[in-house]
Design a protein around this ligand. Sequence first.
Ligand SMILES: Nc1ncnc2c1ncn2[C@@H]1O[C@H](COP(=O)(O)OP(=O)(O)OP(=O)(O)O)[C@@H](O)[C@H]1O
Ligand SMILES: N[C@@H](CCO)C(=O)O
Length: 325
Amino acid sequence: MAVFTPIELSDISQWISQDFDIGQAIEIHGIHGGIENSNFFLDTLKDGKKQEYVLTIFERLSAEQLPYYLELMRHLALQGIPVPMPIENHRGEILFTLKGKPAAIVTKLPGLSRMQPEAKHCALVGEMLAKMHLAGKDFSKTQENLRSLGWWQKTIPLVIPHLSTAQKDLITHELAAQEQFFSSSAYDALPQGASHCDLFRDNVLFDPKGTADSSQDQLGGFFDFYFAGTDKWLFDLAVTVNDWCLAENKQDLDPERYEALMKAYQSVRALTKEEQASWPLMLRAAALRFWVSRLWDFYLPRDAQMLTPHDPTHFERILLSRRSL
Ligand SMILES: Nc1ncnc2c1ncn2[C@@H]1O[C@H](COP(=O)(O)OP(=O)(O)OP(=O)(O)O)[C@@H](O)[C@H]1O
Ligand SMILES: N[C@@H](CCO)C(=O)O
């Protein structure tokens, strides 16, 4: 569990009762999982009924960057995409300050993550991802993906001293290939818009609807939009595929789940010719993105009550696999 900023019920009870219309805070506890922010499940009692929310304290993002993510979630939720809805206070605000840091309260989505997804789960995710891309078309705010090429260029020199010669070669060559790709007219032609950019298995919930049979799962929703940005939709799809469609060797793509996700995505939005041509490089871009961030988290860690960084070599292997396609 990552709780960088501990919060007690007594820190928030008065604030919740006075500033919001969500009843009285009755319980708050830190959430296991997650490495970016301090997250808490917050229960309230309103008109005798328990209501469930998620309170997030943002550890890295600034109050200037946050309105994009919160407004995007609100926009998508209002369009019927299952994502957390930010809760307003009596003044209509959705971004607050707690313990001197930016904070937000959002609705809790139903369900649980499926870390061993079946083709059916991949199809549900692919279909909703495409719907989400289209629903974001009339979202008026834009903000770059803060973990894109510029960030890789800044961060790679910081992690390079920790790498072996073979790893240094790989990361340097891939960065050069991506710099070329990002400056090409083919890249320019790719459609873009609001993208999640981190739609891993642990950022999607499925609602089993009361049965133990996972084949009955329905999509509970997408959450953790705090790496979202205006980016190429194809990048979002590549990030998603690289996590959801891994074969048993955890690096290659599993044909059945891969096809299920791609087919479902394209049943809503067909890929353009340019997107099809850029796909192999985009799968590599998506692998590099997470190799770099995991190296950064691993070698330049922050303080937290409990924090287990993700394994960087996982994405090194995925990158090698995508380069060999
Ligand atoms: N709106 C929500 N509804 C239900 N559960 C949620 C919601 N937001 C967060 N959670 C739960 O909290 C856990 C941690 O949240 P999250 O993944 O956003 O952490 P993080 O540190 O911000 O991000 P990261 O996944 O990037 O490390 C999730 O695994 C999920 O169980
Ligand atoms: N999904 C990221 C964590 C940051 O959200 C990873 O697995 O590296």
